[in-house]
Design a protein around this ligand. Structure first.
Ligand SMILES: [Zn+2]
Length: 588
């Protein structure tokens, strides 16, 4: 096929290529052509029209295409590598210096990578090559063309140029004033009245970062000052990703802006501070918890994102299977007793607790919490925050709640004897108490309680059960591949249990959709331990955690590892991920 060297791609051209490659019939070609001239399709991208034709209720194609498939095919036909624009991988400052925004918009081209001797440009119009001459005169470098979706190019031209303009203007402002302090005053002024124009750039930058973080499903935003250029990193599915580098002076202004809206003391930079702020993403209120820390190059700020849609979820979405749902629901429907959720920080305990409480919080019950800090404000709960300054800790918090005629009490964490004793007191007087504890598996919660000094007979009497949990990454549905596992590997994975090896399992590969990690999203794995009469007999002053674990397993408890194995069998996660996250079922 000969490719011409000017003019725009047309729908007829693409349809004829599809016909040549026997992907559509002559009849289908005519039908799509007719569809494409409809008024509602006038501004659509060519591949989009073909996809929309397929979803039109009066039409169907013998061979189905997704937009991704169609773009893959088209790029191959044009003999250009297909490029997926990932803003996290693009150096916004470097690429926007290649050409001005109006120029990029005119040809719908986006520089995506700048190397020492070559510049990579994403194009959607392969035959329009005028720009190549202009830009090569300007830059004296080789140009590599890659094909990208026209809509994506348009969107990221707007976004990346706006971002780098904000950084640049904020930097210039810096040079004008010479000092960081001046800018900080501006930020403060801005908050109390109208925003001054120059301050607006910092505001834009902050809005930008937040929007990006939400789009990328980040759980945390890290702002890390360094000598000249400071780092912005996101944590996505538990793994850190470098996002941007911005001048350190600008970073200072960005951090000050966030501290201002988080009602923190912006003058104080040597003392670590905490704060919180609320914002909206697509009309969902999102809470951010802020924490600063003084470092060698200035103040570092971490924003933890609390999306209520993530904190409050349906149990199936959390990864509970039918049996786990039943067990957990039976346990949490008791009128009194203590239920504990255990696991390390970041294992999803809060999500489980909030989601559970949300189901229990009917108009007929009084549900109170004492938390440190309150992670999500839920209108159906009565939430109280621990305040050490005035002596309001977990233990005294429970004491206060007890006078509030509660039915259900949630205590953020049990970490000392006083809190444990108050929780037991509450349980003995007819209340349901939910809390968290730091232990590796569910049965060792018993030995942990005994260690901090709780009397064995009180544990026996009040503890209903314990759920241990972890979060494992789920395989990216776009790239996961079938793989084999040897009998020995399988045996080691499930030991000491005997479980039939599945016909096939999946492994992580990596593609554009999952930024080459092979994973996208996370799901919980659970170990639900019930304090049955058999177990209760074992709770003594010198009881052995391992022994309790063995008894629980014999009694039908499914370990964390086995819960992970279920996710492997279901093709949701990989062997590597389960081995990484879930501890072995038993030591010996
Ligand atoms: Zn993938």
């Amino acid at each position: 096929m000969k490719l011409r060297s000017e003019g725009k791609l047309t729908i007829t051209e693409i349809l004829n290529w599809l016909l040549e490659d026997q992907l559509i019939s002559e009849k289908e070609l005519k039908a799509i052509e007719q569809f494409s001239v409809r008024w509602e399709n006038r501004n659509k991208e060519l591949t989009e029209i073909i996809c929309d034709y397929q979803s039109d209720k009066n039409s169907h194609l013998a061979k189905d295409f997704s937009n991704t498939k169609l773009n893959e095919w088209l790029a191959a036909r044009l003999k250009l590598p297909l490029y997926h624009i990932d803003p996290l991988k693009i150096d916004a400052r470097a690429v926007t210096a290649i050409c001005a925004q109006p120029y990029a918009e005119r040809f719908n081209i986006l520089p995506v990578k700048v190397d020492d001797n070559a510049i990579t440009i994403a194009v959607s119009e392969p035959f329009e090559r005028e720009w190549e001459l202009d830009l090569s005169q300007l830059h004296r470098k080789k140009f590599k063309r890659v094909y990208a979706n026209a809509k994506d190019i348009k969107r990221y031209i707007t976004e990346l140029y706006a971002f780098s303009r904000s950084v640049e203007k904020a930097s210039n402002r810096q040079v004008d004033k010479g000092q960081l302090n001046n800018l900080e005053q501006l930020v403060e002024l801005g908050n109390s009245g109208d925003l001054e124009a120059n301050n607006q750039h910092i505001v834009n930058l902050v809005n930008w970062l937040l929007q990006y973080a939400f789009d990328q499903r980040a759980s945390d935003i890290h702002l890390e000052p360094r000598r000249e250029h400071s780092n912005v990193r996101f944590r996505i599915d538990g793994v850190m990703h470098q996002v941007y580098q911005i001048p350190t002076a600008v970073m200072g202004a960005v951090i000050s802006r966030i501290k201002t809206i988080g009602r923190m003391d912006i003058a104080e930079k040597r003392r670590p501070q905490d704060g919180r702020l609320k914002t909206k993403n697509e009309n969902v209120e999102i809470e951010l918890r802020l924490s600063t820390m003084p470092t060698a190059f200035g103040e570092k700020l971490v924003m933890r994102i609390f999306d209520p849609e993530i904190l409050l979820r349906d149990f199936s979405a959390l990864g509970f299977n039918q049996r786990e749902k039943q067990l957990w629901s039976k346990m949490t429907k008791q009128a009194h007793g203590i239920i504990l959720v255990t696991g390390p920080t970041g294992s999803g305990k809060t999500t489980t607790l909030y989601s559970t409480l949300k189901q229990l919080a009917t108009p007929e019950v009084n549900l109170c919490t004492v938390e440190d800090p309150i992670e999500l404000i839920e209108p159906t709960f009565n939430q109280m925050q621990v305040e050490h300054k005035i002596g309001l800790d977990f233990a005294s918090g429970i004491r206060t709640l007890m006078r509030q005629d509660p039915d259900i009490i949630m205590v953020g964490e049990i970490r000392d004897l006083e809190t444990a004793e108050m929780a037991i007191q509450a349980s003995l007087t007819g209340h349901l108490v939910l809390s968290t504890l730091h232990t590796n598996n569910a049965p060792s919660a018993i030995s942990r309680l005994l260690e901090i000094g709780v009397k064995p007979y009180l544990v026996k009497l009040t503890l209903l059960g314990v759920m241990a949990q972890r979060l494992i990454r789920t395989l990216c549905p776009d790239c996961k591949e079938k793989t084999d596992i040897s009998d020995e590997q399988w045996h080691n994975l499930v030991a000491p249990f005997v479980i039939k090896k599945p016909e096939s399992i999946y492994q992580a590969v990596g593609c554009n959709e999952c930024r080459n990690t092979g994973y996208s999203g996370r799901v919980g794995i659970y170990e639900i331990f019930q304090n049955t009469s058999i177990i209760q007999k074992q709770i003594t002053d010198n009881c052995d955690a391992n022994n309790i674990l063995k008894l629980a397993v014999k009694d039908g408890m499914k370990t964390l590892r086995l819960s992970g194995v279920e996710k492997i069998v279901a093709g949701i996660s990989s062997v590597e991920e389960v081995l990484r996250v879930a501890p072995a079922s038993m030591d010996s």
